[in-house]
Design a protein around this ligand. Sequence first.
Ligand SMILES: [Zn+2]
Length: 447
Amino acid sequence: MPGFIDTHTHAPQMPNIGSGQQYELLDWLAEVTFPMEARFADVNFAQQVYGSVVRRIIDCGTTTCCYYGTLHLDATKKLADIVYARGQRAFVGKCNMVRNSPEYYIEPSTEASLTATRELISYIRALPLNPRTREPLVRPILTPRFALSCTHELLSSLGSLARANLGLAIQTHVSENASEIAFTKRSFPAASLPAPPVQDAEGAAARETYAGVYDAFGLLRGNTVLAHAVHLENSEVELIKARGAGISHCPTSNFNLRSGCAKVGMLLDRGVKVGLGTDVSGGFSPSILRTVQDASVCSKVVAFQHQPSKDELDPDVSAQNDAQTQHRFANRQLPVATLLHLATLGGAQVCNLAARVGSLAPGKAFDALVVSVRSDAGNPAVWGAELDAALGVGASGGETGMKGGRVRTATQELEGMLERFLFCGDDRNIRRVYVQGRLIGGKEFEG
Ligand SMILES: [Zn+2]
């Protein structure tokens, strides 16, 4: 199957995975995250930790990954080197953060933040290209940590840098948590914002929103990856769609930090690009499989919390409205096919790499996983795919066994295996991980 695409994760937070589960976002940053990230000032520490982090993420089946580093230039160069050497496809960025950060973990000035950012971009762009495809596997990405860690001056400078580099991707956080949104609006009142580079109705309507802050500084565009988007206002959805930016849905983190449930079905109906993000260590698993499972649960929570209107309860009116509004996913649980889409092609769209990866279509790069759902993969939770054969029962004793008296087709068997893998699988089931045709990880990989 196609490799997984993780559109949002923090490499330096991996050592914290599974700790600090009692906090919400802003306390969790102060108590758990910043103290660990500060340790990456030590390049040797960074080298050792990142080597282990990247190996684990690849073995989880992630063939393309959007990485946040720390604010440190040298440590983030190491991260890029390690990802490059391992052959993973990735975006690597260093955080810009000059305020609302502890004294021991903050950049000294706007100028220092910009200089280090420019240097990292040049460093990553100078890594040798794949000799056969002449394309880079590792790309730089502008990473204002979130609006609150930046001043007007810094966002303005990053906007200029982005305008001079239209191909440079951008990643940041948006509308994750209620306190964070309120704090952002207080820090960036509409009257304090510059005129946005694109002046249209969507921009004007969303000027007083969180996404409107990024738009005002020219940081919201077709290659921007916005993590979370849990509490978007209607005008923000329209703005994000108009700019062509993508959303990284991070349900494991959103449950864990009590942020809320993103309305992914609504976003898909409105034509916004959506992929999945593990958001380690707000999320407590480096595996996109865990994110898939939580994306399914999240859509079910949205569905059962939804209060249907009178029209929605009338099947005739409802069907008519659905046809008119392209209402396919909003307030409904996401089907398995959509979950697979989010984990692969949806993520590729968010990264603007859909022409290269995200599916096994001819002409694309071979970024793929070899998956086994057999018992000998050693995962006790994935079981039953060969039940008839194991028990010596059923029409054929296995391959297309009996279910409820009906013979299942090969396609149904395959879909059943996929669903088992997505909901109960883990790295033991991921036998081989390929990027650009090169074997780089998985249980059978030795290297
Ligand atoms: Zn994050």
